[in-house]
Design a protein. Structure first.
Lengths: 315, 248
């Protein structure tokens, strides 16, 4: 069942098309990954979906209702985790959660229970009385997520929720996202880290320059591109004869030898891994062999001719 | 209902912010205590048998000045909450940005009024300050605070940086308040007029002083209050016009 959709959505900033006839469908219960490089329009798409900015064209519907600016009926069942940390630094973690809960109309015992549940969920129960300014980056991120959960949204939108944090906090967050969906919330997860999207999302929409350029499951997306298998072989007894025999396999495009390591590139789905193994066994045995599967990075590269993110940017 | 929830939130933030408490509560209280102590130790005893004109003037002046500088409160909230990334988070809630905004103004006004009533109270109970008509003082403080917050809104809507807007509020507050003396002395005719009726600050002072003991004149007091309200109304219109053109 489709819980929210964007059809042909256009958003302009002056001459710039931040959203260029964007189409997106969100299925109930899924984790939809919105993957794209910085500036692709992910945040703008999310803001339009949540009704936080007006759009210049197209249709947006959420929970079967038409999205407009300040549609309270939609807002009360949606949660948004902003890309920046937007909690109140002058209030404690607990006070932050209480306030956001109360803005969604929660009161009294229900509010307290929900706050306690969220504190537990984001692993901050012990720090409820502390101010986020005393928190590590990871803890701040977790509180930032928690503030969107107190009112138990049906649809949770997360805009790059793991930017700039340590791997441990990141794993904690990724696990939490899975758990949130297990409890029945639909999640839209925005990221420019393909590893995250690959790890947790059921379906992926790849964005570039304001539009969705490809969508589907990981396998579907990978299956759409013409890729090459790269096999890395370490031979026990490297020899020129071995090199020649591998070169002779049909479909093999190149063989690069350095010491005992052979890097072999062959056409997609050539099934050459087995043949390479066989030949290497005949020539004295295999010390090690590995094959690279294409990933979302390759999909993106193939579709756009660009890399998903700058190499200089660390993770 | 939601207004009250948001109002409490802003009031709480004002109450837990150490710099704000220091600058807008402890500093004026300190100034009042210090100034009045200095005055009273040097004054002859008959100057303040029941009430003292000098301490009354000083104390009311300080209260009004800080009421005016308090326009920086809304500047802070506008920049921290509405002109930052936090804006998106607040927009995503079912509570409208207008509710957030007006509740923030209301909370700032209440916070500053409590702080300045405290100052006047200290003056009254310890330093022979005469408080004339309480309702008049209350009204003058309220409109002064409202004027100051509107000034803060205006400058926040038109200036890019939080620091610039805050400094602008402070400069305007100091010029209006100390100009009160400077004008009166250096430009007897024009200055005399300006320093009595010409600014919101002077109008507020007029309202309080005329309701007070050394010239009990409720007509003059209402004139002062009326002028202050007129300034506030004009300011509100300017803010509404600018706000429509460059909304938050
Ligand atoms: N308020 C704005 N004014 C002008 N341009 C904007 C504004 N917001 C976003 N943009 C532009 O729209 C494009 C998409 O931005 P954004 O949605 O933030 O991308 P992403 O979240 O994928 O990094 C960018 O080129 C950005 O510079
Ligand atoms: Mg973004």
């Amino acid at each position: 069942m489709v819980i929210a959709s964007m059809k042909n959505v256009v958003k302009r900033y002056g001459e710039m098309m931040a959203l260029d006839h964007l189409d997106l469908e969100i299925q109930q219960g899924e984790i939809l990954g919105l993957l794209g490089p910085n500036g692709a329009g992910k945040t703008t798409a999310i803001r339009a979906l949540c009704g936080l900015v007006g759009v210049d064209g197209g249709e947006i519907s959420v929970f079967g209702l038409a999205q407009g600016v300040n549609n309270v009926l939609i807002k009360k069942d949606m949660g948004i985790v902003t890309q920046e940390i937007t909690v109140f630094t002058d209030l404690s973690a607990g006070e932050n959660l209480r306030y956001f809960g109360s803005l969604y109309g929660l009161r009294g015992a229900e509010l307290s229970q929900n706050v306690a549940r969220v504190l537990e969920f984001v692993g901050l129960s012990e720090h409820a009385k502390k101010r986020p300014s005393k928190f590590s980056g990871g803890m701040q991120r977790r509180l930032n997520i928690g503030c969107a959960l107190v009112h138990r949204p049906k649809l949770l939108i997360m805009d790059e929720p793991t930017v700039g944090i340590d791997p441990q906090s990141r794993n904690h967050i990724l696990e939490s996202v899975k758990q949130i969906t297990a409890e029945g919330t639909t999640v839209v997860y925005t990221s420019h880290y393909m590893e995250e999207v690959q790890a947790i999302c059921n379906r992926i929409a790849i964005m570039d320059a304001g539009r969705v350029i490809a969508g589907g499951t990981l396998d579907e997306l990978v299956g759409r591109i013409q890729y090459e298998d790269t096999v890395r072989l370490t031979a026990v007894m490297p020899s020129d004869a071995l090199t020649e025999d591998i070169r002779a396999i049909s479909g093999v495009k190149s063989v690069v030898v350095s010491g005992s390591t052979y890097v072999i590139v062959s056409g997609a789905d050539s099934g050459n891994l087995n043949r390479i193994m066989e030949i290497a066994m005949r020539h004295g045995g295999v010390a090690n062999i590995s094959a690279d599967k294409p990933n979302l990075e390759d999909v993106f590269l193939t579709l756009t001719g660009k890399k998903l993110r700058d190499d200089k940017e660390g993770q | 209902m939601m207004f009250f929830t948001v109002f409490k939130h802003y009031l709480k933030r004002a109450c837990v912010e150490p710099m704000g408490i220091l600058l807008y509560v402890l500093l004026p209280v300190g100034l009042v205590v210090l100034n009045n102590l200095v005055y009273l130790t040097s004054a002859a005893e008959y100057d303040y048998v029941v009430y003292s004109t000098a301490t009354t003037n000083q104390t009311v002046f300080i209260a009004m000045l800080f009421q005016l500088i308090g326009g920086t409160y809304i500047v802070d909230y506008i920049f921290l909450d509405f002109k930052s990334e936090r804006r998106w988070r607040l927009l995503a809630t079912p509570v409208s940005l207008n509710t957030h905004f007006f509740a923030a103004i209301a909370a700032s006004i209440v916070f500053l009024m409590v702080s300045n009533l405290l100052i006047l109270g200290i003056g009254h109970f310890f330093f022979y300050v005469y408080l004339g008509n309480f309702a008049m003082i209350f009204a003058a403080l309220f409109f002064m605070a409202l004027f100051a917050q509107l000034l803060g809104v205006l400058l926040s809507l038109t200036l890019e940086k939080k620091a610039t807007a805050s400094i602008a509020v402070e400069v305007i507050a100091f010029v209006m308040s100390f100009g009160f003396f400077v004008f009166a002395q250096s430009l007897p005719v024009v200055g005399g007029f300006l320093s009595t009726y010409g600014t919101p600050f002077s109008a507020g002072m007029l309202a309080i002083n005329r309701s007070g003991f050394y010239n009990p004149d409720m007509g003059g007091a209402f004139l002062g209050l009326g002028i202050l309200i007129a300034f506030t109304a004009v300011m509100a219109c300017v803010v509404a016009i600018i706000g429509r053109r460059r909304p938050l």
